[in-house]
Design a protein around this ligand. Structure first.
Ligand code: 13P
Ligand code: ZN
Length: 269
């Protein structure tokens, strides 16, 4: 029996993951096993779950993360497909708990599905968020076509060059992604170096960070909100590319229009 069957609040959170996984597939952002999701579910874990034995592990995280003591996560499984996860989140992902040494985890439910290869980045970011007292509980890595395409030009890798362009394509972009888009130069997928660079970028005050020539990493209160931020940014990139493919450079909103928007909606400058 699934641990979700008697825990409606936990099931609701995992249902959101399954729904988002379906969006990632239909958007074409989740080829094969591309992308991964983790959710900090610690606040939804009860005594009954805490008493469950491990079904696999312990395994090394590859780094020690002190804020994660006693934390629990839902993780997409490595090599698992988003399009399969949307039908069966507990067959294509698993629930893990962090051991007291904060450097190892074990798999608790429902099946011994090994977590995503990007676990170092995901868990390091959750560790950082908890240390900051953030209410963010979800992180999403995905391969949105147009945003990844932008990172193949040094022009858009310059700090905040892509942010300014994307914000100016349609007013909602700044309103719903007010921190813009951070940039992380290419690093080996799943490496601790990539995890550390991602945290440095998030610490500069971004919720969404590009991994050059690879994908995005986004954090928010829940997985639906993390997805929304990426969706809004990628829509802006699509508008830019549509204009370019119609043969012209889009004008973008003017500085005065951007300032008015920021003043009226109370957005950061
Ligand atoms: P996983 O299947 O291990 O989650 O990897 C997918 C991915 O996008 C790696 O960057
Ligand atoms: Zn990836």
């Amino acid at each position: 029996m699934s641990v979700l069957s008697t825990r409606p609040a936990l099931k609701a959170e995992i249902d959101k993951v399954a729904e988002v996984a379906g969006y990632l597939w239909t958007k074409g952002w989740a080829e094969r096993n591309g992308g991964n999701i983790t959710v900090n579910i610690t606040e939804l874990v009860d005594d009954g779950m805490r008493a469950l034995p491990a079904i696999a592990g312990p395994f090394s995280i590859g780094t020690a993360l002190p804020e994660l003591k006693g934390c629990w996560f839902y993780c997409k499984g490595t090599q698992k497909r988003m399009r399969d996860l949307t039908r069966d989140p507990m067959g294509n992902g698993s629930i893990i708990r962090i051991l007291p040494d904060c450097a190892h985890y074990e798999i608790v439910a429902d099946a011994p599905v090994a977590p995503t290869s990007e676990l170092p980045s995901h868990l390091s970011v959750h560790n950082y968020l908890l240390a900051k007292g953030s209410l963010y509980r979800a992180s999403l890595h995905t391969h949105p076509i147009e945003l990844v395409a932008l990172t193949h030009s040094k022009q858009w890798m310059r700090k905040d060059a892509a942010t300014r362009m994307l914000w100016s394509m349609i007013p909602e972009t700044k309103a719903f992604c007010p921190r813009g888009l951070g940039m992380v130069p290419y690093m080996l997928p799943s490496s601790v170096e990539l995890a550390d660079a991602t945290i440095r970028a998030i610490d500069e005050d971004y919720d969404v960070v590009m991994w050059e020539k690879h994908g995005v990493f986004a954090v928010d209160t829940d997985i639906m909100s993390a997805f929304d931020q990426v969706d809004v940014l990628n829509k802006a990139a699509q508008i830019y590319i549509s204009a370019r493919s119609m043969g012209f450079e889009p004008e973008g909103m003017t500085d005065a229009q951007m300032k008015e928007l920021s003043d009226v909606f109370g957005l950061p400058k």
